[in-house]
Design a protein around this ligand. Structure first.
Ligand SMILES: [Zn+2]
Length: 341
């Protein structure tokens, strides 16, 4: 059984009519899943989240930052130009974090085989002491810390498929060798937030446990297929995660208005299929997908449906022939110091 974690409350976070991170994103995804019969299906359970507590947030965020978001949410003062804080933001952000936690705990405890948390606001740009990039609290990072705490997990892998680098997640786990963060994103010289280069490899005990794959603008399915083969599969094979969390953004899609990548909706079928297969091989299939960005309303539903079909074990289109990306060769030379891939 696959869980879809979802609440109508997530629609109430409204950063404004012209803001790309608007409620219509989730509406488009839910409508397509219903049309594709992935919503009321014997393979899928749609389940509402419970809100996270302030203590949960403080597993990864500074208490003073948590209080700041609460205060700004009361007054409606934006965190930054991109990240408005309309009244109610704090409560809905707590529910989003809770959705990620419920997904992780439900899968690890064996209630569901895997899960897809359909939530907003997104989280991967939220650092320990600041938010930004439409993000307030780091949904995936809190989930990961909860799993470490409640299930004594020692090795968790986070795969970030959003087109933007997850600077918040990188920041939170940069010195932590129990969390391997692997991010696929558009070259940071060409896109927000401007970090996520191959030489950012972690520090202290966490050195070697932070891996960035920056794709040149125009990269698409054959390049992602190459990165899965050359980086995700061998790295996960050596790290042997007990759980895989995926920060999934639909903004690498070719139609996305904010980015210059060229992924097709069908890529979300084989990307998910690869991750599920590797999770089955390494950690009893324990994998959770958590929604991050993705702004092309006309295609994100189709991509989400392909993802969900692969989660429930339906057939998906196979990946195209890969294309050799030079930056991946460079990255592998750097990784050789830490991993014998
Ligand atoms: Zn993004």
């Amino acid at each position: 059984m696959t869980a879809l974690i979802y609440s109508e409350e997530f629609m109430k976070h409204d950063p404004g009519r012209s803001h790309p991170e608007n409620p219509w994103r989730l509406r488009a995804i839910v409508e397509t899943l219903k049309k594709e019969k992935m919503w009321y299906s014997p393979e899928v359970q749609v389940t509402p989240p419970s809100p996270a507590s302030v203590e949960d947030l403080q597993l990864v965020h500074d208490p003073s930052y948590v209080r700041l978001v609460e205060k700004m949410s009361e007054s409606g003062t934006p965190l930054d130009l991109d990240t408005p804080t309309p009244p109610g933001t704090f409560g809905i952000a707590l529910l989003a974090v809770g959705g990620a936690i419920d997904a992780g705990e439900g899968v690890v405890s064996g209630k569901w085989n895997n899960a897809f948390a359909l939530l907003r606001p997104p989280g991967h740009h939220a650092c320990r002491v600041r938010g930004g990039g439409f993000c307030y609290f780091n949904n995936v990072a809190v989930m990961v810390e909860k799993l470490k705490q409640n299930f004594n997990m020692k090795r968790i892998m986070i795969l970030d498929l959003d087109a933007h680098h997850g600077n918040g997640t990188q920041d939170i786990f940069y010195e932590d060798p129990s969390v391997l963060y692997l991010s696929f994103h558009q070259d940071p010289r060409t896109l927000y937030p401007g970090c996520g280069f191959i030489h950012e490899l972690g520090s202290g005990d966490g050195e070697g446990f932070n891996v960035n794959v920056p794709f040149p603008p125009g990269s698409g399915d054959p390049d992602y297929a190459f990165a899965i083969e050359e980086i995700f599969l061998p790295l996960s094979e050596i790290f042997k995660p007990e759980f895989i969390a995926v920060s999934v953004g639909f903004d690498p899609l070719a139609e996305d208005p904010l980015t210059q990548l060229q992924l097709s909706p069908s890529a979300y079928g084989w990307l998910t299929g690869h991750v599920v297969k590797q999770a089955e091989h390494l950690c009893g299939g324990k994998v959770v997908f958590v929604l991050e960005g993705g702004y092309a309303l006309e295609v994100i539903g189709e991509a989400a449906a392909n993802l969900t079909k692969a989660l429930v074990g339906r057939e998906f289109a196979s990946p195209p022939e890969h294309r050799r990306l030079p930056v991946i060769g460079e990255l592998k030379r750097l990784l050789a110091k830490y991993w014998s891939m």
